[in-house]
Design a protein around this ligand. Structure first.
Ligand code: F6P
Length: 490
């Protein structure tokens, strides 16, 4: 099998460098080991005159990383426009934030089509394509239109909302119909899959049997694959990071205070305003906690050119400064608010330093920060995870302190409870969560999806016509840079 993994963002950062995006950080170690080719955006744009789509193909572990310059004329409409101002708000149940034009949709489709043509380069007879996330809902259909009959799977890292909410996305029917070109469609939770099946049944009149639905493309299986992490590796990072300068400086600066930590992209789905308000309320309701607890909120800026994100950045900065102004003292600041990223190693050390992990999104596909916080804890003296019941991770990590992020008073009380939880209870809760993390690692997730994809495709293959020879006129000449490029991709 020649596995081709496709995502908008790719990464080759080491554990010692800051990394952007949960998806890219999660995929990197498994893709590296699998020998797959990982295809995604180079982060640069191309003009119309440039013929070859691949800016760079380089070795990555036992496979390769292939980066494309996406078309300049369509990038903004694709990424900021349709993907992040129509799909993202709807997928996170914020249809009020949808701002998208017909041109944005056209650009989204153009970029999906561009990616499909570029992928023909990797259409070996035993190729298996695995497409990631909401940027590429229509990529499978574009590949089928180009004659690709290989296994093509899709995994959605975000939630899938209720039928009425997804119906708020312009061109929603066309998009979901296109998704049925995938042999396997993977979701993070049962609710996400059930919402999708409900959409198919009520909007398209397609009724699934045992999660399998049949369309003009053949059969598509819809199933749940909760994404995991590598808990042992994260625990090792955390133990090693104790002596990292950033981590020791933080420890020294605490002067015996207890610490809560939050690590998020600045995104309205992450519930940051509610979290800061709850921390504020906790300090107001429990004056004894002043000076004895504080919050480190790492908030990496994201998608700042989109109005909703720009507004949120301003609101948060104002709110944090207001809380610090009201509760702070000459020698104590309740909230340290940092708009910068840290490496996985340093993050692991910061998580281990904090007695409380705050992961309180309003809606989240999985949220791997929750899993990383748990894995980073000292088994002899673990911290407490305060977790939104609206994060996918809450399905597995049900011995965390689960909160409703819309209930500010309730969250304030729960954070105070977390700070004072006795060791025995902390250990029992933590051990139960670690057992779940060990049972559902990222390695298992990856292998389970690829196996299920091949099985789902085998169902479709029965009775299908043999594939035509690749149409090489569609394939651009390839310029490579960097070291080795696996010969099997030529
Ligand atoms: O939640 C899904 C996800 O792909 C995350 O993994 C990632 O952080 C985000 O969406 C996309 O972020 P960006 O727009 O910065 O690539």
């Amino acid at each position: 099998m020649n596995l081709v993994v496709v995502s908008n963002r790719v990464s080759r950062a080491t554990a010692h460098e800051p990394m952007t995006g949960g998806l890219a950080a999660a995929l990197l170690p498994v893709v590296e080991k699998s020998g797959a080719i990982w295809v995604g955006s180079s982060g640069r744009l191309r003009d119309g005159a440039q013929r070859e789509p691949f800016a760079k193909i380089e070795a990555l572990g036992s496979g390769a990383l292939a980066m494309l310059d996406l078309p300049a004329a369509h990038y903004a409409g694709y990424y900021e426009g349709f993907a992040n101002s129509a799909l993202w708000p709807a997928l996170h149940s914020r249809t009020d934030l949808i701002r998208s034009s017909h041109d944005d949709y056209q650009s989204y489709r153009e970029v999906n089509s561009f990616m499909a043509r570029a992928l023909l380069r990797f259409r070996k007879p035993d190729a298996v394509f695995w497409i990631q996330d909401y940027h590429f809902l229509a990529l499978g259909a574009e590949l089928r239109d180009l004659g690709v009959t290989h296994p093509i799977g899709f995994f959605l890292h975000t939630p899938w909302p209720t039928r009425a909410i997804f119906g708020g996305v312009p061109h929603h029917r066309e998009l979901v119909e296109a998704m049925l070109a995938y042999d396997l469609i993977g979701f993070q939770t049962d609710d996400d899959r059930d919402n999708f099946l409900d959409y198919l049944s009520c909007e398209l009149g397609l009724h699934a049997s045992d999660g399998v639905v049949t369309s003009r493309f053949g059969a598509s299986r819809c199933a749940v694959f909760p994404i995991g992490i590598d808990p042992e590796k994260f625990a090792q990072h955390a133990a090693k990071a104790a002596s990292h300068p950033d981590v020791s400086r933080l420890r020294r600066s605490l002067n015996g205070e207890k610490l809560a930590i939050g690590v998020d992209r600045v995104d309205y789905s992450k519930g940051l305003v509610n979290r800061i308000e709850a921390f504020d309320r906790m300090l107001t309701l429990n004056p004894a906690l002043n000076r004895s607890v504080s919050l480190l909120q790492i908030a990496t800026l994201s998608r700042g050119t989109i109005e909703a994100y720009g507004n949120l950045q301003n609101d948060l900065a104002k709110l944090v400064s207001d809380v610090n102004g009201r509760h702070g003292e000459v020698d104590w600041t309740p909230i340290r608010y940092l708009n910068k990223g840290f490496s996985q190693t340093v993050l692991a050390g910061l998580y281990r330093t904090a007695q409380v992990g705050l992961v309180t999104p309003l809606h989240d596909g999985m949220n791997l920060v929750a899993k990383e916080y748990v894995a980073a804890q000292n088994p002899a003296d673990p911290g407490v995870l305060v977790l939104s019941k609206f994060a996918g991770a809450a399905n597995e990590l049900d011995t965390a302190l689960l909160v409703n992020p819309h209930d500010i008073d309730g969250m304030a009380r729960t954070i105070a409870t977390a700070f004072s939880m006795p060791l025995l209870e902390r250990r029992m809760r933590w051990e139960a969560m670690m057992a779940k993390l060990r049972a559902g690692t990222i390695q298992n997730w990856f292998a389970d999806f690829v196996d299920a994809l091949q099985e789902a495709h085998a169902v479709n293959e029965k009775g299908s016509v043999p594939e035509a020879e690749p149409d090489t006129s569609m394939i651009w000449p390839l310029r490579t840079s960097g070291a080795v490029v696996g010969t099997r991709y030529h």
